[in-house]
Design a protein around this ligand. Structure first.
Ligand SMILES: [Zn+2]
Length: 473
């Protein structure tokens, strides 16, 4: 059963781009730049370099070209005061470094090969402490997802496994497989299309009990966070294939699971730019340069306190929140599906989600609202209790100790996030963003051999949240 007509997506969209690893539209263009004192000659070079940086950030790279991060390094910077932060902001403005992740006290940044000497010098002058985490990002990218022999032959109904990262079509086939093999438990919904016309699919898992409470799970809002769709499919596999072994809480919940909410970005991160984060909608050309930047940060595009803080209004930036709340097809179809589904099929229940869980990476955090500013909702103690219990559950399955807390306080303010919206607008009492592993050693480039363990952690946390929602939401 589907809510919408199945849309025929042009095949070419789903096919991997030719694998032209190498030359550079981006960071491999080498411009030698001296350090600050010797850099009098560099106004023009700097302009060109800036252009390259902007091109990279903007994703102005033909879909058939793969960006190389050869020589780029990942550094962890330890921030001590506002002065340090200002140095970072300036270096970012000049295009020397770009932010990868971090929290209130440390920051993970990518340093381009031609900037290494300059940034090192700036840090030395300002006494900013840092360590080099990855010496060559491209090598980490190449090692992340090696081809593996299919270990699924014995139950080969689907191509997906948890020893490699998979493309969107493989994930969609996996959902269809479950709907076909477990028709009394699973239903696939095509909830709409991405900007580039790819389908966005949701799997409903339900025993049909009319008093079940609804729980939404999603992954892949941010394209480069590959562990997220992988963990969400792992969760689906466990919930469905071992349904009878699960708790009453799990069995009497209606799960709506969307493993890849940003399929355009996800595909682009496989085919062209491994570190792409946003969706792929082109923006208006810059009035001065005529340049077109791509993509909106979908996790700044939801409609609660949209644009309030921690967002960018520059379409070339990674945290560009769009021109307005729900400006993007991907966030809109999610909103409309949840709202429509709640109003149509849950008449006997309050029209709200019991829990909302969005999987991201990286950093090992269990985050609850609010994200838009450093305040917490009135029932935050309930959210904190479940988050703390989820932390323990992760430790019990052999995982590391995640950090639990409200988003804005634990990380930084970021308005327009899906978890804030789910709580405020959809009434999801237990609303979480879970930043899966790792804690920065590989960052977004989590080697595929760590998928299973990280996914176990995701499932352990989810079980705790579902139990809390069943009992208290
Ligand atoms: Zn994310």
């Amino acid at each position: 059963m589907t809510l919408c007509n199945v849309v025929d997506v042009p095949r070419r969209l789903e096919e991997p781009a030719p694998c032209t690893v190498g030359p550079p539209n981006g960071s491999k263009r080498v411009y030698k730049v001296g350090h600050r004192r010797a850099a009098g000659h560099t106004a023009m070079v700097r302009a060109v370099l800036l252009l390259v940086a902007v091109e990279l950030a903007a994703g102005i790279v033909a879909a058939s070209t793969r960006i190389s991060y050869d020589g780029n390094q990942l550094w962890r910077i330890f921030l001590e005061d506002a002065e340090d932060k200002k140095v970072i902001v300036d270096l970012k403005k000049e295009g020397w470094i770009s932010t990868w992740g971090g929290n209130a006290t440390n920051l993970d940044v990518i340093v381009k090969p031609e900037a290494i000497q300059k940034v090192q010098e700036a840090f030395k002058n300002e006494d900013i402490k840092f360590e080099i985490v990855i010496r060559n990002l491209q090598e980490a990218i190449d090692a992340e997802n090696p081809p593996v022999a299919d270990d699924n032959e014995d139950r080969s109904g689907f191509r997906l496994n948890w020893v490699a990262y998979h493309r969107t079509t493989v994930i969609w086939d996996f959902l269809e497989y479950f709907a076909k093999v477990y028709p009394s438990l699973c239903t696939v919904y095509n909830i709409g299309q991405s900007y580039e016309g790819r389908p966005i699919k949701v799997l409903k898992i339900s025993n049909g009990n009319p008093t079940n409470k609804p729980v939404w799970i999603d992954g892949g809002i941010h394209a480069r966070e590959w562990i997220s769709p992988a963990a969400v499919t792992y969760i689906i596999n466990h919930l469905v294939a071992k349904f009878e072994e699960e708790s009453d809480y799990i069995q009497n919940t209606d799960f709506y699971v969307a493993p890849v909410l940003n399929p355009d970005g996800y595909e682009y991160s496989h085919s062209s730019d491994r570190l792409w984060r946003k969706n792929r909608r082109p923006q208006q050309p810059d009035l001065v340069t005529g340049r077109v930047c791509y993509g909106i940060d979908l996790n700044r595009n939801f409609g609660y306190k949209w644009g309030y803080d921690g967002v960018s209004h520059n379409s070339c930036h990674d945290t560009f929140c769009g021109k307005g709340p729900f400006s993007e097809p991907e966030t809109r179809v999610m909103r409309d599906f949840i709202k429509g589904n709640l109003s149509q099929t849950l008449d006997r229940l309050p029209k709200k989600l019991a829990a909302y869980v969005s999987f991201h990476s990286y950093g090992q955090y269990i985050l609850y609202p609010w994200g838009y500013m450093k305040v917490v909702p009135p029932d935050y103690l309930d959210l904190k209790l479940a988050a703390d219990q989820a932390v323990e559950a992760i430790v019990r399955v052999g995982g590391p100790r995640y950090t639990a807390g409200s988003s804005a306080v634990t990380l930084y303010p970021a308005a327009g996030g899906s978890d804030d919206w789910a709580k405020a607008a959809i009434g999801a009492k237990y609303s979480y963003t879970i930043e899966l592993g790792d804690n920065g050693r590989y960052g977004f480039l989590l080697p595929s051999k760590l998928i299973k363990q990280t996914s176990k952690e995701a499932l352990a946390a989810l079980r705790v949240i579902v139990e809390a929602a069943y009992l208290k939401a």
